[in-house]
Design a protein around this ligand. Structure first.
Ligand SMILES: [Zn+2]
Length: 247
């Protein structure tokens, strides 16, 4: 029995640890940086120091990280670390910190935006931040991490025609496989937006799993194409200072 309701976002392991042992936990990260004061969507940021703390907590509590999948029943303390969009800070800030704790992650890349910026965010009034280029993604891979697909241009898939959505999904897989010479078997829905058609298209394209933004733990009977995740996001300084003063 968990005495308290779960926090909405993942900040530290303690309130989640029991739950993470019940199935496959998948965490979702975006930018490993301090949120700029004016950032509209602060939830996409997580401070490097907090990221370090989280990675240390996982390894000291005996968690290991694996690619996305459903729990087989025998594995214990296995979780999946995912990054969406392929931000440059994933390489510069996250890779060295993961290395220290022996953590491996998967990064869902936007196939037509490699080496560019997250222009889809700017379209919605957010910050367009730099994304890894091809050689930086190769560094990410050679550090032992993997890649998945996140469409070609980061659209809301449920709003597209079937043909257009199919093109975004199928072409992103092929482009990444051709460019990096490895199988791309995992997918994440941009904005966590999808419908039944999207799920069918992702399955038909040959992906093995797809991540949503629904919160929760994955059980053996969870759909492989509707995996749940917890978002890890920045720690509000005000809140942290408030607690520091309190205790
Ligand atoms: Zn995304």
């Amino acid at each position: 029995m968990r005495p308290q309701p779960l926090p909405e976002y993942f900040t530290e392991l303690a309130p989640f640890e029991d739950l993470f042992c019940e199935g496959r936990a998948i965490l979702c990260y975006h930018k490993i940086a301090t949120p700029p004061r004016k950032a509209r969507i602060k939830g996409l940021y997580l401070e490097p120091t907090l990221f370090s703390r989280q990675m240390e907590e996982f390894s000291s509590s005996g968690f290991i990280s694996d690619p996305p999948s459903l729990p087989a029943g025998t594995e214990k303390k296995t979780l999946t670390i995912t990054f969406d969009d392929g931000f440059l800070t994933n390489l510069t800030e996250a890779v060295p910190r993961m290395q220290k704790s022996n953590i491996r992650a998967i990064n869902y890349l936007v196939a037509d935006r490699i080496g560019q910026t997250s222009d889809w965010e700017a379209r919605e009034g957010g910050e367009a931040d730099p994304l890894m280029n091809e050689s930086q993604i190769k560094e990410w891979l050679s550090a032992g991490h993997s890649i998945g697909a996140h469409t070609c241009t980061h659209p809301r898939l449920s709003l597209l025609s079937r043909d257009h959505a199919k093109e975004e999904i199928v072409a992103s897989k092929k482009k990444l496989e051709d460019r990096f010479g490895l199988p791309v078997e995992h997918f994440a829905y941009p904005y966590g937006d999808y419908n039944q058609t999207t799920v069918e298209l992702v399955r038909e394209a040959g992906f093995k799993t797809a991540c949503t933004m629904h919160r929760g733990i994955n059980a053996p009977d969870t759909s492989r194409f509707e995996l749940k995740r917890f978002t890890a996001r920045y720690e509000s300084r005000n809140l942290r200072n408030f607690f520091r003063k309190l205790f």
